[in-house]
Design a protein around this ligand. Structure first.
Ligand code: NAD
Length: 497
């Protein structure tokens, strides 16, 4: 079911340009404070002369309750696939099992691989946040631990797979460099934990260096995520563009937004090859819903990013500057209002009216925003396949459930080993416990038993080994093949191996 803009109050249209054909977008008013901030946002965008033809869809709580486990209906997908641009208010995710995250579903279904989150402070216009912070976090949006592949493997142990792909990493890293280039940014920083995760995070880091070499005019560096994130918190003004795998990006973008000031101030874009979604970073704030006090700025700035994306940069610029002027004039919603600093405390609607009144004005204390008239869309082409590496299987890690000592397990497994696949090592939670483990090592009921050859083996060799393990009554719960690619190990060594 689609509605037109008739639900949105009529506003000044002095800036409307009749020569621009309205661009179809899909709009969802969401839950909690969503409808209030969406109405304010659409009124401001319209007043700035944005030429939009919104189709409204319903998502969120009511849709979940009607039995759609991802909070979205088929007709909504049709709209999204038609307009390819989604302006989304926050939704309430119902508590309890069985409900899937709408955000993750939309991001993955529409291939929105890049999450772009500017975290900016507006000090001294508002009395929160440090001075000079202007960071853009570019988070990979589809892979990593968010692949959502989890298994309980034994009584004691649960597993979540961290998947980092070469094509997925290439396109987010290239996107970060292209974003920096398109937006006049000077530096791109990559953060990973590749001192520990040498294959997965190591790949991300390696590709950052490889792709970065194509952008010699942009400064680039790599930080280990723990100290890197701590430095973002301690010296927020000293970063520019940061590109990170999914989980680190999720955490860092919330940390950075929190440091920047109110969660009510930040917008974000989720960009894919064909579609894009724009939203505030905050949730539906159910405690303040219906009170008319919410700050619409996060969704409004997401709307500005959307206008730039669809090529309406003049309207985007008007909104951004009128909004900055409103902040400078001390007209603040409750979350950013500070006694002695702010001038007028306003609700959502009056804040929107104040921005609309200032349409066409520039800020004087903060730097005015300028978007080029023609903004080139960042298009990341799929990279041509490389020559495939020569791949050989040289062993197998057999994960087994066992209650007992490592030596007891090793004694049984030595009876199962074959000429092709001798037992090399047993680890528990990654630490070597056989041969010659330490009695201090804490062991669970989940053991990784590595059978490894020094030459290529076949699947039949693995099946023969597993047959022996099964006949011995050992409960194997999963296997991972040990492979080499062009002679390079495609697996990590055990701690202590
Ligand atoms: P929240 O972001 O809704 O609220 C956190 C705090 O910030 C609250 O104190 C809230 O009052 C305040 N706040 C948030 N937005 C504000 C605004 N615009 N103006 C003024 N104050 C604002 O986070 P939460 O309470 O953890 O989550 C509430 C619901 O939102 C949950 O159901 C959660 O699943 C959902 N959520 C949705 C999204 C999304 O749709 N993108 C994102 C995060 C959380």
């Amino acid at each position: 079911m689609f509605h037109d803009m008739s639900t949105v109050e009529d506003t000044r249209t002095d800036f409307a340009d009749a020569t621009i054909t309205p661009v179809p977008i899909t709009v969802a008013h969401g839950d909690g404070i969503g409808p209030e901030i969406m109405d304010a946002t659409l009124r401001i965008l319209t007043a700035a002369g944005a030429a939009l033809a919104p189709e409204t869809i319903e998502i969120g709580e009511a849709v979940y309750m009607r039995g759609h486990s991802s909070g979205i209906e088929d007709s909504s997908w049709e709209s999204l696939r038609r307009t390819k641009v989604f302006l989304k208010a926050p939704i309430t995710t119902p508590q309890g099992g069985g409900f899937k995250s709408l955000n993750v579903t939309v991001r993955k279904s529409l291939g929105l691989f890049a999450n772009v989150r500017p975290c900016v402070t507006y000090n001294p216009a508002i009395a929160i946040g440090p001075e000079g912070m202007d960071v853009v976090i570019i988070r990979e949006n589809e892979e990593d631990l968010y692949a959502g592949i989890e298994h309980r493997q034994t009584q004691d142990v649960y597993q979540c797979l961290k998947l980092i792909s070469e094509p997925g990493s290439r396109r987010i890293i290239r996107y970060a460099f292209e974003y920096a280039k398109a937006n006049g940014r000077k530096r791109v920083t990559c953060m990973t934990k590749d001192n520990i995760m040498k294959l997965t995070d190591g790949l991300f880091h390696k590709l950052f260096e490889e792709i970065g070499a194509e952008y010699p005019d942009i400064e680039q560096d790599h930080w280990i995520i723990d100290i890197g994130m701590a430095r973002v918190a301690a010296r927020p003004e000293s970063w520019d563009v940061i590109v990170v795998p999914n989980l680190y990006g999720d955490i860092m973008s919330d940390v950075a937004a929190e440091i920047a000031g109110s969660v009510g101030l930040a917008g974000s874009a989720n960009i894919g090859k064909n579609c894009a979604m724009f939203e505030a970073i905050h949730g539906s704030a159910p405690r303040i819903a219906g009170q008319g006090t919410a700050n619409p700025s996060g969704l409004l700035l997401a709307g500005v990013m959307m206008l730039v994306h669809i090529g309406q940069s003049k309207a985007a610029e008007r909104v951004h500057n009128a909004w900055l002027k409103t902040l400078e004039d001390g007209i603040h919603t409750k979350d950013i209002y500070r006694e002695g600093h702010s001038k007028i405390r306003v609700g959502t609607k009056d804040f929107a009216d104040a921005v609309i009144e200032r349409m066409g004005q520039l800020p004087t204390m903060l730097a005015p925003i300028h978007y080029p008239e023609v903004v080139k869309q960042i298009v990341i082409e799929d990279e041509l396949p490389k020559v495939p590496a020569v791949q050989e299987t040289i062993g197998v890690d057999v994960f087994v459930q066992h209650n007992g000592t490592p030596d007891e397990l090793a004694a049984s497994l030595l009876e199962c080993q074959t000429v092709a696949l001798p037992l090399k090592i047993i680890t528990n939670r990654g630490v070597k416990v056989w041969p010659q483990g330490l009695p201090e090592t804490f062991c669970t009921d989940h053991w990784r038993c590595r059978f490894q050859s020094d030459k290529a083996i076949t699947h039949a060799d693995i099946i023969a080994l597993l047959g022996n393990v099964d006949n011995k009554g050992i409960n194997f719960v999963k296997t991972e093949h040990l492979m080499t690619f062009d002679g390079q190990l495609g697996f990590s060594l055990a701690q202590g191996q």
